[in-house]
Design a protein around this ligand. Structure first.
Ligand code: SF4
Length: 102
């Protein structure tokens, strides 16, 4: 049986380091009326419709580690440059590295 909790624990070892987490992209997105977006690496699910399956399934091969401060700085820079008033973490599962997210 598929066990997402076990997958989360395994994935944490590859994508969480101290309070840093792996991300593979920072971008402005047109969704939600325009939103500054950080795409994280690592997911504990394997949805059949996943559009980021390559990153979710092989987190070791994707992304680099960023501190929370780095992520906020990058999201803020994109938001200011594109005049966006929303930010998000997307891409894979944002809650896997709790220390980093909090
Ligand atoms: S990244 Fe999203 S769509 Fe892909 S497996 Fe994880 S939860 Fe599902």
């Amino acid at each position: 049986m598929f066990d997402p909790v076990m997958f989360a624990e395994l994935t944490k070892k590859d994508v969480c380091k101290d309070d840093s987490r792996k991300y593979y992209r920072f971008r402005p997105s047109r969704f939600y009326g325009g939103i500054s977006t950080a795409d994280c690496v690592g997911c504990c699910l394997r949805c059949v419709f996943c559009w980021a399956w390559n990153v979710a399934a092989r987190p070791v091969e994707h992304g680099e580690f960023y501190s929370p401060e780095d992520v906020v700085r990058r999201l803020t820079r994109i938001a200011e440059k594109k005049r966006l008033n929303q930010m998000r973490i997307s891409g894979n599962e944002p809650t896997i590295c709790r220390e980093h997210l909090i």
